[in-house]
Design a protein around this ligand. Structure first.
Ligand SMILES: Nc1ncnc2c1ncn2[C@@H]1O[C@H](COP(=O)(O)OP(=O)(O)O)[C@@H](O)[C@H]1O
Ligand SMILES: [Mg+2]
Length: 365
């Protein structure tokens, strides 16, 4: 069992920086998710931990041991990829037994450990099936059993649920999370799916173009994003720009002053507030800090609706509504929120120093 320390790791392919000086620590037993768009360097980070890709610079430590120069099979790591990479011609038992077979584990012990791994993922009884005779969710669990069968220190998951449909994905997420807790295994998951990242992780590491954008607990990253990129990548973000005045934020090109908590920022400073759709209330009429906007359209999502709105200045906003009957298009609604719910993005200068502080805090002691 172990923690993972990234000490300034970097990966370059010619002029392309796939991963830019990454320093972070994943604690023993922690579930950390690397979240980012396609091409942001997520798989590259994972494959450097696994030993499948050599870093261009920096060191990786697992359980206090520098593993940077160790081959994959000496790193005590379990790996699951989106494609599962099961052997199609081998049955479930042999697929799961494979890592033990290559390690020369005696037959009796192998049978015992495969049985235990299959029981863990609730596949007992399916030992003789081939992968093609299993559902997507079952194949995924075979891959998980195979990754866990040799009791690795660390579990690496690269978009493991990407091939599953939505309902099944949520079921497998719940199972994966409880299995991870039960085993207490340090887990590094890679995904571009923000809901998956928010629901599974102890902490998120948001990556864009190879660079760390923010590291933090799901709730902190969602509510207090460090940048416009993070705000928009983690769900819908209404971004309001303006200048801070007494009592709120005066929107650009408008007389409207909306509610925000500007504590510690000078009056007159430029600022961008982030308001999530679920934080917007429809007030009965104009109230201090509210913003008038015309109703455009409702998007019905079953359990909720999203109302698309537009201010007189052409600023588009999205509010979440429950079962309310949508108004007529063109009707003016007064949007209100608690001042504390309007999160002000760190200003670029401040963001740079905050990023430096984050880096310093994440560096191994
Ligand atoms: N073997 C390689 N050779 C050249 N470029 C690569 C190689 N592997 C990855 N890249 C590039 O590195 C960047 C990050 O890739 P990757 O880690 O796969 O991103 P993600 O998993 O976030 O989609 C991409 O621009 C990708 O094209
Ligand atoms: Mg990838």
């Amino acid at each position: 069992m172990g923690d993972i320390v990234f000490d300034g790791i970097e990966k370059r392919y010619g002029a392309l920086v796939a991963v830019e000086r990454l320093s972070a620590r994943v604690e023993q037993g922690e579930f950390l998710t690397i979240l980012g768009p396609s091409g942001s360097g997520k798989t590259t980070v994972l494959s450097m931990v696994a030993g499948l890709t050599a870093p261009s610079a920096g060191r990786i430590h697992i359980a206090g041991r520098d593993v940077t120069d160790l081959p994959p099979q000496e790193r005590r790591i379990g790996l699951v990829f989106q494609s599962y990479a099961l052997f199609p011609h081998l049955d479930v038992f042999r697929n799961v037994a494979f890592p033990l077979a290559v390690r020369g584990v005696p037959r009796e012990e192998m049978s015992r450990r495969v049985a235990a791994a299959l029981a863990r993922v609730r596949l007992t009884g399916l030992e003789k099936r081939r992968p093609a005779q299993l559902s997507g969710g079952q194949q995924q669990r075979v891959a998980l059993a195979r990754a866990l069968v040799f009791e690795p220190d660390i579990l690496l998951l690269d978009e493991p649920l990407g091939a599953l449909d939505r309902k099944l994905r949520e079921e497998v997420q719940v199972e994966l999370k409880s299995l991870q807790r039960e085993l207490g295994i340090t887990t590094l998951l890679v995904t571009h799916d923000q809901e998956e990242a928010l629901s599974l992780s102890d902490r998120l590491l948001v990556l864009n173009e190879g660079a760390v954008q923010q590291v933090g607990a799901p709730d902190a990253v969602y509510r207090r994003p460090a940048s416009r990129f993070v705000a928009e990548f983690l769900g819908i973000a209404n971004l309001l720009q303006g200048r801070l005045v007494r009592g709120g934020l005066r929107l650009e090109g408008s007389e409207a002053v909306v509610a925000c908590d500007a504590a510690g920022r000078p009056e007159g400073a430029l600022a961008t507030a982030v308001i999530r759709p679920e934080q917007i209330r429809i007030a009965a009429g104009p109230v201090p800090g509210s913003l008038p906007a015309q109703f455009r359209q409702a998007v019905y999502l079953g359990h909720l609706q999203r109302w698309h709105l537009e201010t007189a200045q052409g600023l588009r906003l999205i509010a979440q509504a429950g079962a309310a009957i949508p108004p007529q298009p063109g009707e003016v609604l007064h949007l209100a929120w608690d001042p504390g719910d309007a999160w002000l993005l760190p200003e670029p200068g401040l963001a740079a120093s905050a990023a430096a502080a984050t880096r310093a805090a994440l560096l191994p002691a």
